[in-house]
Design a protein around this ligand. Structure first.
Ligand SMILES: NC(=O)c1ccc[n+]([C@@H]2O[C@H](COP(=O)([O-])OP(=O)(O)OC[C@H]3O[C@@H](n4cnc5c(N)ncnc54)[C@H](O)[C@@H]3O)[C@@H](O)[C@H]2O)c1
Length: 468
């Protein structure tokens, strides 16, 4: 078949490569000219993806994958463009009122002053809505090329009913005879870093607007997916994707809430979670300074948007997780004796360990909150290009170390060497990652999110949680 993949990002590009490897003739389309220029020269714009470079080289060299800035007539269109969220006011003032919820306010650090005693500029965040403008633009772009019998597949993560209400409806408005076009939603559920393998091996949910649409779309995915391809209807497929990430967001919110309970009671929640997870049917995820990434921190809003009055739990979980950067600041102020330190070395900008993905990373919110309070911040991250610098440079002159991402590289930090650079020897570990005792032995006062300020326990390999 001839296939056009629209949007050559983290999802669309590996998909285009795999579809081409399966023997289809693929044209990859992106509006970003620099992406197309690079690919046309055989240079990849996505790095750190296992197996992608070899795969891309093979399909580009064979000519089975070509790239362009505009679509062409084909048999199957796959749309994989971004679907970010944005504050409701920026999208639609009326929608803002209808989805506004008293729960949708960030917690933590609300009145916390900075080292100079100044307070924040003012919190209060609006609710968020899905920005479907990229999807609409992509659909308008392919409209002139759509013919009867074509299959139009939406892979972008979207609020339920978008395939019908936006994709099909936009094509209809553009004058396409939509009754003779097939539509489906096939959400992505891949792990950055492992996309090539997961696109092939993961089970795939594929939902058409009609049973025949589902059948045809499933048949297409079976040409390059080894996992089970499971058919359903489009709206269910849309909801399933959002449910998966919301499940994780709510679970993390619960872990974060227990982290605060641990701090209040002087109990190390990391140890408590380890023990609770020995129950065969309990599986807590880990607390931390917030939730990041392109999916988990975004997708719950897409459900709250379409069902605002019946989703208090989902909205509360978002609020709890969005409040964690502020909570980290509160802990840091406690650790420093009531006021934030004047200069902080932040370790970790990526949203999770050992990757360079910093999209929606809570680290940036922590940094923003610190800078808003006139704290001087130096950032280090071995995986994020612009923060890849000598660690000593970041630590020198700082009053405190704030560990935000549990990159393996930080495990080998030498507390004694750090102690010579960090003026006040304060360490806040928001990932339950560093062993406290060596840091305490090097003269650091140590706090851990989910435990509070750790007491020095002589003869013990680990500091005990204090009341914080
Ligand atoms: N990245 C992930 O891990 C992941 C996982 C699951 C689902 N998703 C979802 O997949 C979708 C795509 O995400 P991504 O991470 O690949 O995004 P991305 O930002 O990496 O790439 C999107 C690409 O689409 C291009 N684009 C935008 N508008 C266009 C248009 N009108 N025509 C052609 N190209 C256009 C952009 O230039 C960009 O290169 C999103 O809905 C996302 O939520 C992503």
């Amino acid at each position: 078949m001839r296939v056009c993949v629209i949007g050559l990002g983290y999802v669309g590009f590996p998909t285009a490569c795999l579809v081409a490897r399966a023997g289809h003739e693929v044209i990859g389309v992106d509006v970003n000219r620099s992406v197309i220029d690079r690919l046309a020269q055989g240079r990849l714009h996505i790095v750190n993806e296992d197996g992608l470079a070899e795969l891309a080289e093979a399909v580009l060299r064979s000519g089975r994958l070509r790239v362009a800035t505009v679509p062409e007539p084909v048999d199957v269109f796959i749309i994989a463009v971004p679907t970010p969220f944005r504050p409701a006011q920026a999208v639609d003032e009326a929608a803002a009122t209808s989805t506004s919820s008293p729960l949708d306010r960030p917690q933590g650090a609300a009145g916390l002053p900075g080292p100079d005693g100044r307070g924040p500029a003012g919190p209060s965040e609006p609710p968020f809505l899905a920005d479907l403008s990229f999807v609409e633009a992509a659909v308008r772009g392919l409209a002139p090329h759509v013919k009867p019998g074509n299959l139009v597949i939406l892979e972008s993560t979207v609020p339920p009913r978008t395939t019908e209400d936006v994709v099909r409806a936009t094509l209809e408005r553009e004058g396409v005879d939509v009754a003779r076009v097939r539509f489906a939603h096939a959400p992505e559920r891949v792990l950055p870093g492992n996309v090539v393998r997961e696109l092939v091996d993961n089970d795939r949910i594929v939902g058409g607007l009609t049973p025949e649409d589902t059948r045809l779309a499933c048949e297409f995915y079976r040409t390059f997916v080894r996992g089970e391809v499971v058919g359903t209807d489009a709206a269910t497929a849309e909801l399933v994707k959002l449910m998966e990430n919301t499940f994780r967001d709510v679970n993390i919110a619960l872990a974060n809430e227990f982290a605060k309970v641990g701090e209040v009671l002087g109990i190390d929640v990391w140890e408590a979670i380890r023990l609770a997870n020995r129950h065969p049917r309990v599986n807590f995820l880990r607390p931390g300074p917030g939730v990041g990434g392109h999916c988990i921190a975004v997708d719950p809003y897409f459900i709250a948007e379409v069902a605002p009055t019946v989703t208090p739990l989902i909205q509360t979980a978002r609020m709890v997780n969005r409040g964690m950067p502020g909570h980290a600041l509160e802990l840091l102020a406690d650790l420093a004796g009531g006021r934030l330190p004047g200069r902080v070395a932040v370790l970790g900008a990526a949203y999770k360990a050992d990757v360079g993905d910093d999209r929606e990373s809570p680290s940036y919110e922590v940094i923003r909150l610190l800078e808003e309070r006139a704290v001087k911040v130096a950032v280090h991250d071995p995986h994020v290009e612009r923060f890849r610098k000598p660690l000593e440079e970041v630590l020198a002159g700082a009053e405190a170390i704030l560990l935000l991402t549990d990159h393996r590289a930080y495990r080998s930090l030498d507390p004694c060497a750090a102690g010579r650079l960090v003026a006040r020897r304060l360490l806040l570990d928001t990932r339950g990652f560093l062993e406290a005792a060596p840091w305490q032995a090097a003269g650091f006062r140590v706090a851990r999110l989910g435990a509070g300020i750790l007491e020095v326990s002589p003869g013990n390999s680990e500091g005990r949680a204090g009341s914080g």
